[in-house]
Design a protein around this ligand. Sequence first.
Ligand code: HEC
Length: 136
Amino acid sequence: MKTTTRVSRRRFPLAGVMALVVGAAVAAPQVQAEEQTQAEDAAREVREPAEVYRQVCAHCHAPQYGVGPEITIAFPEAAWEARGNYIRMTVRNGRAAMPAFREAKISEAELDGLIQALVSGELDDAPVADASVGEE
Ligand code: HEC
């Protein structure tokens, strides 16, 4: 197989070039998509953890709504990594009644920040909505 390939490349140098071109064309959309995602990430402003929590999580998890359990209570530092992995998995894959959130909704950078703020208890008692919401 190896020999055949080498011989045919030497005899038809164009074939090798064509293979490269075709290969590049096939690979291009994938690469483009990745570059686009990265570009979007870079262009998009990274929201503060409190902002992400308020916009995406609070309307289910804040105690006054109570759709999901409270998630803002601090964990002991020794458990941050395990708890963080669990939160990441839950957010990206969903869990029972909780939907999954892909990167278009929460970027990796935002999720990193959100996780840190959640496990450290920084978001405990964070404002959960615009001042008008929840006031009857
Ligand atoms: C549509 C409502 C909804 C939204 C929005 C939502 N969740 Fe949940 N979440 C739930 C429900 C319901 C559960 C309980 C699932 C179960 O039955 O196990 C849950 C469970 C969880 C759990 C596991 C419970 C625990 O404390 O171990 C974590 C962690 C979690 N959510 C994080 C988040 C984060 C972070 C966000 C925002 C990025 C978010 N959720 C947005 C409804 C929601």
